[in-house]
Design a protein around this ligand. Structure first.
Ligand SMILES: Cc1ncc(C[n+]2csc(CCOP(=O)(O)OP(=O)(O)O)c2C)c(N)n1
Ligand SMILES: CC(=O)[C@@H](O)[C@H](O)COP(=O)(O)O
Ligand SMILES: [Mg+2]
Length: 623
């Protein structure tokens, strides 16, 4: 059932259907088609996916690989009565097409448009929308157990990739499924890849199963589950037969489907890096962007990491199935024995990094900020408690953009700020990223984290001088407002200061560089101003700004603090700049907030009572 159509009418125009596709507005429509028509429909869906995804970006390879598999699931089961849970959900585009959302693809992943993941707001056919991998089996087990407790005969189908199956959560669920009253159909979509080829003992086991008849004992049967396969996941009839068989068994069954990531689109099939796992706007003929993309923060990290690897033979990089996307590709090619891909296993990455550090190595865990949430306990207990010199490099920190609520890396500053002994740096430009990475790796006292966004790296943001570790970026005479900007938001802070100067309000702008714990020199600097405004690309609650405010309270500095950041909420998908502006974290928003704070403070007559002292206390100005 369709819910609200996302996107503007203009965005929705972008979707162009073809003859058979025109006739599919709900899964039941698939049942009326002949075998020949079903084959033609699969080809039409592939053409549609290539056009729609190349036009605006999204997950291409994973969806091209599940066309027949998704059609088969929808022909055999009755969604939404039967429940279909997609692990991660990045491969749910075909499901969206078949459940009445074809016309929305013109707005895919755009602000106000259709999500790139399952979405309860969009359709009753969607239930789980978390898009952090490896959780579908646990969700499905709980759901099926709940149905069983009610005597409800509804089927639950979990579609899980071979990559997602490397995560600890998947193994915990398999262990539980062996004794659960739930009877799940687990569709194992085995394309042999996460982004890169899936690694580890399980991957090797699945590879062996692909070439046998599957009847002999395997990891699933040994755990007490039934196993069917391997099945050619592009043979619609074969997949349907296997699914009917699985449902009839009335127990938990793994249906092992072998598919090709990027199937049917040459540039995806031949792309060695990741079979076009995710693309931006690309040419639908070549799968490549029209122009080489501008350098990103990831590129700078990649370059500095390579340089650091040359200098430090103990440097080891750890990745949770994302060597390429986190910028470790060049390092891996140069030092193949000093890169560990642990699979989609952030907890393993973190604790094994603690082990590497205990063995005298200098581990760097490169990970997306949102995925480190999975390993909070390991950061706290295995790394921090042991004062383990592990460096975490958090890519995609802050607002990431089109991946939406599950992928915005907005919790790291608040959550990691509670970890004793962990220092967090937020570089503002290329030079500070390089410098802070070197400092982090060299620090043998305990853990460090660096965070930067999914964005172009931008122009250098030079400091006027450094003061007790804090970079002063702007220091006009007579400034009453102190803007403390976190990381990449320095540019918006400086632009805001220029706007405010034109309105007669002078601001000092500083970049603390290492943002947690808060540098106590901020207390002295704040004392020299009438208002402190902090800006961060993370949740306001418990973030850097609130830590600065607490520092001032502790030091009995009376300067009021206005904390600008993100609400404690699940933020929608959209363009990064678009969302930053929406939440007042662009230059105009910051300038407006400063003016409002000054006006409010004047109204409450607080500012007029505060003495004005120079913005940089001489006692600590040793730059
Ligand atoms: C906890 C977590 N870590 C990392 C990711 C990033 N990620 C998204 S898809 C993917 C690969 C998934 O491989 P697989 O499950 O086999 O699906 P495929 O894309 O091959 O269809 C990864 C690592 C994630 N979504 N969740
Ligand atoms: C599904 C998932 O988690 C990733 O594929 C993510 O969509 C990638 O995002 P980037 O494009 O920022 O690497
Ligand atoms: Mg896979």
């Amino acid at each position: 059932m369709k819910k609200r159509p996302p996107g503007t009418a203009r965005q929705r125009e972008g979707a162009d259907a073809t003859p058979l596709l025109e006739g599919i507005s709900q899964p039941g429509d698939l049942l009326r088609l002949s075998r020949d028509d079903l084959r033609r429909l699969a080809a039409e869906i592939r053409g549609f996916l290539v056009r729609a995804v190349c036009r605006g970006g999204g997950h291409l390879g994973p969806n091209l690989g599940v066309v027949e598999l998704t059609m088969a699931v929808h022909r055999v089961f009755r969604s939404p009565h039967d429940r279909i849970i997609f692990d991660t959900g990045h491969q749910s585009y075909v499901h969206k097409i078949l459940t009445g959302r074809r016309d929305w693809f013109g707005s895919l992943r755009q602000y106000g448009g259709m999500s790139g993941y399952p979405s309860r707001a969009e359709s009753d056919h969607d239930l789980v929308e978390n898009s952090h991998a490896s959780s579908a089996l646990a969700w499905s087990e709980g759901l099926a157990r709940g149905f069983a407790l009610d005597g409800d005969d509804r089927a639950v189908v979990a579609v899980v990739g071979d990559g997602a199956l490397t995560g600890g959560m998947a193994w915990e669920a398999l262990n539980n499924l062996a004794r659960s009253p739930a009877d799940l159909v687990v569709v194992l979509n085995d394309n042999g890849r996460s982004y890169a080829p899936t690694v580890g003992g399980l991957a090797a086991h699945l590879a062996a199963l692909r070439t046998t008849d599957g009847g002999r004992p395997n990891v699933f049967t040994n755990l007490g589950l039934a196993y069917l396969g391997p099945v050619d996941g592009h043979d619609l009839e074969a997949v349907e037969r296997a699914l009917h068989h699985a449902r009839a068994l009335r127990r938990t069954v793994v249906v092992h489907c072998v598919t090709g990531k990027g199937q049917g689109f040459g540039p995806a099939e031949t792309d060695e890096a990741d079979h076009l796992h995710t693309v931006g706007v690309v040419d639908p003929e070549t799968g490549r962007p029209a122009q080489p993309p501008d350098p990103t923060w990831t590129d700078v990290f990649a370059d500095e990491m390579l340089a650091a690897g040359e200098l430090d033979p103990d440097l080891v990089a750890v990745s949770a199935a994302m060597v390429g996307p986190t910028g470790l590709g060049a390092f891996a090619r140069r030092f193949p024995h000093r890169v560990v891909d642990v699979g989609i296993a952030e907890q393993q990455a973190t604790t094994s990094a603690a082990g590497l550090a205990a063995a005298g190595k200098h581990p760097v865990v490169a990970i997306y900020a949102t995925f480190l949430n999975r390993a909070f306990d390991q950061v706290l207990m295995d790394v921090a408690l042991h004062e383990s010199p592990v460096t975490f490099v958090l890519d995609r920190a802050g607002i990431t953009g089109p991946d939406g609520p599950s992928h915005h890396g907005v919790w790291d500053l608040a959550v990691l700020g509670t970890v004793p002994g962990l220092r967090i740096a937020a570089p503002r430009d290329q030079a500070t990223l390089r410098e802070e990475l070197r400092d982090a790796i060299a620090d043998r006292r305990g853990p460090n984290a660096l965070r930067f966004p999914k964005a172009r790296v931008g122009s250098p943001v030079p400091a006027l001088h450094r003061l007790s570790g804090v970079d002063i970026l702007r220091a006009p005479a007579g400034a009453k407002v102190l803007i403390v900007s976190v990381g990449v938001l320095a540019t918006a802070a400086l632009e805001a200061a220029t706007l405010l100067s034109a309105a007669g309000i002078e601001c000092t702008v500083l970049d603390p560089r290492w943002v947690r714990p808060v540098n106590p020199v901020l207390g002295q600097l704040a004392a020299g101003h009438s208002l402190v405004v902090t800006i961060e690309d993370g949740v306001r609650d418990g973030g850097v700004g609130s830590a600065v405010a607490r520092l001032l309270t502790d030091l009995a500095v009376p300067t009021p603090v206005r904390v600008l950041g993100l609400p404690t909420a699940f933020l929608p998908h959209g363009g990064r700049q678009e969302l930053l502006a929406e939440y007042g974290l662009d230059a105009a928003g910051v300038a407006e907030a400063v003016q409002a704070a000054l006006a409010g403070a004047r109204q409450s007559r607080r500012l007029s009572h505060l003495p004005h002292t120079p913005q940089v206390p001489q006692a600590v100005n040793h730059a």
